[in-house]
Write a protein that binds this ligand. Sequence first.
Ligand SMILES: Cc1cc2nc3c(=O)[nH]c(=O)nc-3n(C[C@H](O)[C@H](O)[C@H](O)COP(=O)(O)OP(=O)(O)OC[C@H]3O[C@@H](n4cnc5c(N)ncnc54)[C@H](O)[C@@H]3O)c2cc1C
Length: 385
Amino acid sequence: MHYDVVVVGLGAMGSAATYQLAKSGASVLGIDRYLPPHALGSTHGDSRITRLAIGEGAEYVPLVHRSHEIWRDIEAQTGAEILRQCGGLVMASASTQPMHGSEAFLDHTVATARAFDITHELLDADDVRRRFPHFSLRGDEIAYYEPSAGLVRPERAVEAQLQLARSFGATVALGERVLGLDDHGSHVSVRTTQEIVEAGTVVVTAGAWLPELVPDLAPSLRIYRQVMFWFDLADPSAYPNHRDSPVFIWWHGAARTDMFYGFPMVDGPAGGAKVASEQYDEVTTPDDVDRQVTDAEVLAMAERHVRDRFPGLGRNCVKTRACLYTVAPESRFVIARHPAMAGVIVASPCSGHGFKHSAAIGECLSQLALKGESVLDLSAFGFPA
Ligand SMILES: Cc1cc2nc3c(=O)[nH]c(=O)nc-3n(C[C@H](O)[C@H](O)[C@H](O)COP(=O)(O)OP(=O)(O)OC[C@H]3O[C@@H](n4cnc5c(N)ncnc54)[C@H](O)[C@@H]3O)c2cc1C
């Protein structure tokens, strides 16, 4: 069997690439070892933050703009609600705000908004309290507010893109694991648990499993377990404010561990308010990771971040999930042709902030595979040396 392109891994990136390839008229096979959307990789947990002024760097801004356009188009085609622009706050009271490779994330966000003319407001603590009374602030915070920021529904995005990919003629093979790739120069062989298929180009979007399939990347990528928590509502009268809340990223101290982020209650009063922080102390693998979340972890999250800042929330979780960050050097992305296998394109755009760019990255991967270059500039995301 021969395809123009085989896509390995159908999470956020692979489902987007498979859809865009099929829409372009290519013969495409998308393969996943599980049944996406699933909860074993990096693309689950109901919501992801999106924001246009990207504090991680100006080079990401065109990707998120294009992703918003694509999601609106996908919503029109499928009827799924994927992007909710409920606004977003980035808030800090210390002069350092370390996140995703940036030591001054809030300052970079403001600078990017100004450079790209992105509508925003700068608020003090009183402004935030007045507009969003469910946040309990200390008083010395400053905040960046972006009305176009919000959240994306990751599972719905994957489902919709796979549905559209199939409707444009893509073959989607689920529950089939790719074992290895052999680049023959003229084509690439893809060995799976069930067959060997040939492709002009292979796009590898295997998330945390990438180091298994592309061992050259293993020294550059670190996998970290992260946990998402959905806290219950202690005060029912707080629900409308939590329902209509902006997404937020909030430092209540100067350390990386003083940051947490969260979302509006998107699934009703019983669905809980989702919050999470980040950890970079212990590396793991998709095989070894502990997917259970302990009571001690729930208690630590409640005490460290939630209790003093959201008086309307309780201390119990209605849901918890473990998830995987695949982190590249300096928390950047890798989206590039493999230097030693010309028929293989690799995409590792995670580092904890990839989802908001995924629809555009899929389009770029399709253009790279079919035309040799993408409309948006990917030169900042080369293969690590
Ligand atoms: C807790 C958490 C919070 C996050 N928050 C945000 C956020 O707020 N905003 C944001 O923009 N980003 C966020 N991110 C990052 C974002 O979710 C990721 O960048 C994105 O989901 C990565 O998608 P992916 O397609 O690379 O990986 P995945 O979705 O994991 O997909 C990889 C796929 O490859 C398949 N696969 C692997 N090996 C094989 C094989 N051998 N054969 C066949 N299939 C294979 C897997 O089954 C899987 O489906 C967050 C990530 C996490 C974990």
